[in-house]
Design a protein around this ligand. Structure first.
Ligand SMILES: [Mg+2]
Ligand SMILES: [Zn+2]
Length: 220
């Protein structure tokens, strides 16, 4: 079993990117977000342009992302049970790899395969202006844009016959949700899964995921 995991707002209790953007750039990130949610701009272009608004030094920006992150309740037990069942966790995120790795080590969470973005700073000491270099595991898609689709990542990572659980909350999680056996969704993704009639369950936190999975498996 493959657990295909979004990071921000899915493994964390809050949308850390949004909170930190608000702190550093005020409301300037919001019009971009509205364009992406209305499918008028790809989520990848949106996030790249939002990151481009940040003028803070690199350590300050990354440090704020790490400080803001609080793991969702039940996450460590969920990961332990996944391992006990012979499954594997993979995080596929447009978020910043350095920040995610720092949170993972601070929280002493079990090892996970991580595909995330590099923060590229063109200024001194890798500082602003910033842009994102997305993970190479992402692929092309008319909806997400070139080299920005998590659905393509799912196809690349999935082993033949392997059941896939997708966990997400945002617009970028819709493409993998369309290919999942079962999706656990919050926020915007939950609305999109409901609209499209996908097989999905609400993700409050990780404490009830396995009972939902077992109930779903029993009915298949
Ligand atoms: Mg997210
Ligand atoms: Zn896509």
């Amino acid at each position: 079993m493959l657990a295909f995991l979004d990071y921000d707002g899915t493994l964390t209790t809050h949308e850390c990117n949004e909170i930190v953007l608000q702190r550093f750039v005020g409301d300037a990130w919001r019009p971009l977000e509205a364009e992406a949610k209305a499918d008028r701009m790809s989520h990848a272009e949106c996030f790249d342009r939002q990151i481009g608004l940040i003028k803070a030094p690199r350590e300050e920006f990354l440090g704020a992302l790490v400080a803001e992150a609080e793991p969702a309740p039940g996450l460590p037990a969920f990961l332990a049970e996944l391992e006990a069942r012979g499954g594997r966790p993979v995080i596929v995120s447009a978020g910043l790899r350095e920040a995610i790795a720092a949170v993972w080590s601070r929280e002493k969470l079990p090892p996970v395969e991580l595909h995330a973005s590099e923060l590229v700073g063109a200024g001194p000491q890798g500082g602003p202006p910033y842009r994102l270099a997305f993970s190479g595991v992402l692929g092309d898609c008319p909806r997400c844009g070139p080299r920005a689709c998590k659905g393509a990542a799912l196809r690349a990572l999935r082993r033949p016959g392997e059941p896939v659980l997708v966990f997400g909350d945002g617009a970028s999680d819709l493409c993998p949700a369309r290919e999942a056996d079962l999706t656990f969704a919050r926020g915007h993704l939950a609305e999109r899964c409901a609209d499209e009639g996908l097989e999905w369950r609400p993700l409050a936190d990780f404490t009830t995921v396995w009972s939902d999975v077992d109930a779903w498996t029993a009915r298949r």
